[in-house]
Each structure stands twice: as structure tokens, then as C-alpha cells.
Design a protein around this ligand. Structure first.
Ligand code: NAP
Length: 283
């Protein structure tokens, strides 16, 4: 019987996950199909439970990762610490959930950065599900301090309060730039990663999440958002001489880790990468 794998979110039409997950299924000769489904919040728990109990599995994307974390019955540490779940499956009579964004981002940072993050200060822009995964990823990579900047400051404050204890000894703080504070480097400590975990960049007309003039010297930039040819932020930073990557590498790596949870075998990452890269040429 063909196994159903799903991506549950709203919106999902733009997602590249079906493209490379179906390439993975084909490469491994698995009788399964991966489809994206737009789902309202109120339908998410019932749909997730039903698909998992019927032998299916899947991913959850924005804005439902936090509800998914409350819906699964066995949660990994990454789900418990971030309060977000992006991967679910059925195993030993229970619905399991993981947050593969965390290790997906760690892998993407490792591919971008040629030095460890020990003792560094990183900056996370945003305070939603992606930002929580970024905080845990940076902490596990050894960041000494992580500053959070978010449009809604109270949400950044809540993130710090909820995650500070679990990421210790990494120090978490809300970053409130004074009008004349200049680049983040003036805050001290070694340069780390500036992560855009806001949804800015999904549209070409969006404002930049951080101006190039605010980048701390020596830092690298990682955009969780992805776009054909790189997001505007990534293109702008590269033009100004910074090392910057968009969210494609993270997307690929979190997808490969999800595949491994669903099938209990290594993901055919080369086939997945080829499918993802070829999607660039598609309008
Ligand atoms: P989310 O939970 O909805 O959070 C969105 C964040 O963006 C919030 O911090 C929000 O600030 C901020 N924001 C939204 N509009 C803004 C604006 N006009 N100006 C400034 N800030 C704004 O979403 P998420 O799940 O964290 O995802 C964030 C982005 O990361 C999405 O584009 C998602 O596709 C991407 N992502 C990519 C991957 C990957 O594998 N590459 C994985 C995860 C997420 P407020 O709190 O003030 O509303």
C-alpha cells in the first residue's frame, strides 16, 4: 500500500519539500508519496493524528509547529526545548515528534562557517518557531551569548524566559539597539552568526531584516528564508562582501533528517540535493 507523507501548513504552495522528498522516495524505490496540504489551525491536531495512526508521517511548517508540539505523544528533547515540532511519525503505538530544524541549521552553519562558535556572540532576528530552533542550534554549537531582536519585544522576552535555563551556559538576552548604537560588534565578544528567523524576505519587496551597516565585523549571515538566486538580504550582504547563505541548505538537511525518522535509514541526500538544485531553474 502506498504510504502517505504530508507537509501540513498554511501557506504551503511555495514549498520545495515535495520536490526533493519525492526524489528521495524514488531514489530509494519506496512506495510512498509526499504531498503538501494547506491546513487551518483548528484541523491540524485531528489531521496529524489521523495520518500518523493510519501509517503515514510528515512535516509541519508555519504557523502550526507549536500546535504540532502539543499534539505529538512522544517528543524529542529538541521539541521540548523549542516548543516546536516539524516532523511526526508513528512508532511503537504512539505519535512521535522531532524538530529537525535544529540539527538542519547546525549542519548549514557548519557548511558556511570554517571555525567553531565557542565564545562567540550571535544575533537572532525574530522570535517565532524558527528563531527558537536557531537559539538551540547556536547554543549547541557553543555560542557564549545569543541576542534576540524581534519586532514585538514582549515575544523576544518570552523566548528568553522560556529557553534561558535549557540553553545555559549560553547566555540569552533581548537585544534593544539604541538609535546610535551602530554595529552589533560594539556589544563585545567574538563574532558569530546573524540569523534571520523573521519571515522578511518571502516577498522581494520586504524591508531587509538587518542593514549591512549593522553587521558585526567577522560575522556570517544565515537567512532561514530562501528564494531563487538567494533572498534580497543575502544578495545585498554578499555584494557588500559578507559571507551569507539563504535557507536552502537548512531546508535540505532538515528534510534529510525527517526522512531518516520516517524510514529508519539514511536519506539519499545527493538525490535530494539534485532535485532541490534543479528546482532553481523552474519558474
Ligand atoms: P513565525 O513563528 O510565524 O515567526 C515569524 C517571525 O517574523 C516573528 O518573529 C515575527 O515578528 C517576524 N515578522 C513577521 N513579519 C515581520 C515584519 N513585517 N517585520 C519584522 N518582523 C516580522 O515563523 P517561523 O516558523 O519562525 O518562520 C520564520 C521564517 O523562517 C519563515 O520564512 C520560514 O519559512 C523560515 N524557515 C525556514 C526553514 C528552513 O528550513 N529553511 C525552517 C524554519 C523556518 P512578531 O513576533 O513581531 O510578529
Amino acid at each position: 500500500m502506498t504510504r502517505l507523507l504530508v507537509l501540513l501548513g498554511d501557506p504551503v504552495a511555495h514549498s520545495l519539500s515535495p520536490r526533493f522528498q519525492n526524489a528521495a522516495l524514488e531514489a530509494e524505490g519506496l512506495d510512498a508519496r509526499y504531498v503538501a496540504m494547506r491546513v487551518d489551525e483548528s484541523d491540524l491536531p485531528g489531521l496529524l493524528r489521523g495520518i500518523a495512526r493510519a501509517g503515514g508521517a510528515g512535516n509541519v511548517t508555519l504557523p502550526h509547529k507549536r500546535i504540532a508540539a502539543r499534539t505529538v505523544e512522544v517528543a524529542t528533547e529538541a521539541v521540548r526545548l523549542t516548543g516546536a515540532c516539524n516532523t511526526f511519525w508513528f512508532e511503537d503505538g504512539a505519535i512521535h515528534g522531532d524538530n529537525t530544524d535544529v540539527d538542519g541549521l547546525r549542519g548549514a552553519i557548519g557548511a558556511l562557517l570554517d571555525r567553531p562558535l565557542d565564545g562567540s556572540r550571535s544575533l537572532v532576528l525574530g522570535a517565532g518557531g524558527g528563531a527558537r530552533a536557531a537559539v538551540l542550534a547556536l547554543a549547541r554549537e557553543g555560542a557564549a551569548t545569543i541576542s534576540i531582536r524581534n519586532r514585538t519585544r514582549s515575544r523576544a522576552q518570552r523566548l528568553v524566559e522560556e529557553m534561558a535555563e535549557s540553553v545555559a551556559p549560553t547566555r540569552l538576552e533581548v537585544w534593544v539597539p539604541a538609535p546610535d548604537s551602530g554595529p552589533v560588534q560594539r556589544l563585545g565578544e567574538g563574532p558569530g552568526v546573524v540569523v534571520n528567523a523573521t519571515s522578511l524576505g518571502l516577498r522581494e519587496s520586504d524591508p531587509l531584516p538587518l542593514d549591512a551597516s549593522e553587521m558585526p565585523a567577522g560575522a556570517v549571515a544565515m537567512d532561514l528564508v530562501y528564494a531563487e538566486g538567494g533572498t534580497r538580504w543575502v544578495r545585498r550582504l554578499r555584494d557588500a562582501g559578507w559571507t551569507a547563505a539563504d535557507g536552502r541548505e537548512m531546508l535540505l538537511r532538515q528534510g534529510a533528517l525527517s526522512f531518516e525518522r520516517w524510514w529508519g535509514r539514511p536519506a539519499p541526500i545527493d538525490a535530494m540535493r539534485t532535485a532541490l538544485d534543479s528546482s532553481e531553474a523552474t519558474p
